[in-house]
Design a protein around this ligand. Structure first.
Ligand code: HEC
Ligand code: HEC
Length: 255
């Protein structure tokens, strides 16, 4: 840090080097702290209790606890935490996210007839995070896990997430999620994985016509016409109004 400031007096560098130790000792000892030390987005004169409230919102929105972003031991008193320290990547990311949310809400203020609306919807961390720290859509999570760690891991991950989050906004456990994951695996030429993920979905939605249509389409990608025809027939059997499956059948069985 001081190398880059060769024109500055040595004393200044010494002061900078000493600063983190001073910050640390100020942050420790009691909670809540008397004042804010190292805030870059939150205005410095914000009441500490208001900041703590904001922090509790972060933990709820991301489904984490204070040590996810701050230096301190889970289970230890908050007085032993060093909240001012910028050591964790997640804290630095969170600061960028705070700036992003500010920008988004400023943009929302410019919507046409914004002033006339009786109520406004503000974007918060929870809008995207919905109780998880990395808000990846479930179809992407399953597709990536199947690709990098194998389809058994992906199936286990799906079941564990369903166990933990079903009924919450975190992940969409509706039928299309695994259909889409399977379709993307098929598009990447990973047919074994694609059919295994479809099977996992079929265990939950055994009468879905839509799912059979996906099986047909993945078989088309694979070049297995007989299996595709069987799947589209099954789709029509499950729902005689399934126009996509009917259309595919006509194409595939044209003499
Ligand atoms: C998702 C990350 C994240 C979580 C979780 C989080 N914080 Fe923070 N916290 C931050 C960020 C980022 C800042 C700095 C904000 C700024 O620069 O304006 C901050 C600042 C603070 C500060 C002010 C520190 C100072 O410089 O004076 C306190 C106190 C604090 N957090 C307490 C907590 C507590 C208590 C919890 C748990 C209830 C918590 N935080 C959870 C990201 C987080
Ligand atoms: C517009 C949607 C959106 C909003 C709003 C949002 N985030 Fe995020 N956040 C994301 C996405 C997407 C990622 C994942 C980026 C990646 O890993 O590729 C992420 C990642 C993070 C991470 C890193 C998590 C990890 O495990 O690596 C933190 C910390 C975080 N956000 C904090 C916040 C906080 C705090 C707020 C509110 C001030 C917030 N985010 C608001 C979309 C959002």
């Amino acid at each position: 840090m001081c190398d880059a400031m060769t024109l500055r007096p040595v004393a200044f560098c010494v002061a900078l080097l000493a600063a983190p130790a001073v910050l640390a000792s100020q942050a420790q000892g009691h909670f809540p702290p008397d004042s804010l030390i190292n805030v870059k987005v939150i205005p410095k004169n914000t009441p500490v209790m208001q900041v703590i409230g904001m922090m509790r919102n972060f933990t709820g929105a991301l489904g984490v606890r204070c040590p996810f972003c701050h230096v301190g031991q889970e289970g230890q008193p908050l007085a032993s935490f060093d909240f001012a320290k910028d050591e964790k990547r997640t804290k630095l990311t969170a600061r960028q996210m705070m700036r992003m949310v500010e920008e988004v809400n400023h943009r929302l203020d410019t919507l046409p007839e914004h002033e006339k609306m009786a109520s406004h919807v503000e974007v918060t961390c929870a809008t995207c995070h919905r109780g998880v720290n990395r808000p990846m859509p479930l179809e992407q999570l399953i597709q990536e896990t199947a690709t990098t760690a194998g389809v058994d891991s992906a199936s286990r991950a799906y079941r564990a997430l369903r166990e933990r989050y079903y009924g919450r906004a975190a992940y969409d456990f509706g039928e299309p999620t695994l259909d889409v994951a399977a379709f993307r695996l098929g598009r990447a030429g990973k047919f074994v994985e694609a059919f295994a993920i479809l099977k996992l979905n079929e265990d939950q939605f055994p009468t879905s016509s839509n799912l059979a249509t996906f099986r047909g389409n993945i078989n088309v990608m694979k070049g297995d016409t007989a299996a595709a025809v069987a799947a589209f027939r099954e789709a029509v059997r499950r729902d005689s109004t399934n126009g996509e499956a009917q259309g595919r059948l006509r194409q595939l069985t044209r003499p």
